[in-house]
Design a protein around this ligand. Structure first.
Ligand code: GRF
Length: 220
């Protein structure tokens, strides 16, 4: 399966996908990495792996939608089977998204529908949540709002702060993204007209990844 990855920053999720591609656990080929910030460290990760990159500097476009049109024209020219938003920090206009519905996923660091948007770790701590986690979902025009495919949850410790919680979650986030892309690449998970299907049955609730680094789901 040919995959294009969109990034804005650090690139640790991209690195996890590249590592899984390299060691043969993920049947994908990342054909390009697209970025909206010229200084993003993720670009060096892509280049070191020999993956072509393209940076569209958002600052050089007159409007948000013009940037989106240019970005998605480029994605269309690459014709990937799947687009992965891996730390891509922009809201994408509905007009360009619609043709990609069901072929684009995002990783978000919260147990959606809780805490869409930013500062998810801080918000989970402030709410006194006993658990926190990450979600992979199909992308729709609603911010962090498309159908959730899979989640991973970890316990919040009494002495956690934003940094410790984020750091502990990150490894599980990587596993969640790799395992979710694996389900799509193997053809088991797809987006049908009325929502996600796993093995040709409607996915009624998000899959739960076991948070033990095995990359296995509780029931899948
Ligand atoms: C991750 O926490 C991801 O869930 C969120 O942005 C962060 C990106 O991290 N959407 P990285 O760039 O993959 O390291």
């Amino acid at each position: 399966m040919e995959v294009v990855v969109l990034v804005s920053g650090r690139g640790s999720n991209l690195a996890a996908l590249l590592a899984a591609q390299r060691d043969g656990t993920l049947p994908i080929r990342i054909t390009a990495v697209l970025c909206d910030r010229p200084a993003a460290p993720a670009l060096a990760i892509a280049r070191d792996a020999g993956v072509p990159t393209c940076t569209l500097d958002a600052a050089e476009f007159d409007s948000r939608v013009e940037f989106d049109r240019a970005l998605f024209a480029h994605i269309s020219s690459l014709a990937p089977q799947l687009v992965v938003l891996a730390g891509f920090m922009r809201i994408i206009d509905a007009s360009v998204l619609t043709p990609w519905l069901g072929r684009m996923i995002n990783i978000h660091p919260s147990l959606l529908p809780k805490y869409s948007g930013l500062h998810t770790h801080r918000r989970a701590l402030e709410a006194g949540d006993p658990e926190h986690g990450a979600s992979v979902h199909f992308v729709t025009a609603e911010l962090d709002g498309g159908p959730v495919i899979a989640q991973v949850a970890i316990e919040v410790h009494e002495d956690d702060n934003t940094a410790s919680l984020a750091a502990r979650l990150l490894a599980h986030e990587h596993d969640l993204l790799v395992a979710s892309v694996g389900l799509i690449a193997s053809g088991r998970l797809r987006y049908a007209i009325d929502g996600p299907q796993l093995d040709d049955h409607a996915l009624l609730a998000p899959l739960r990844l076991i948070a033990d680094r095995s990359r296995r789901f509780l029931s899948a």
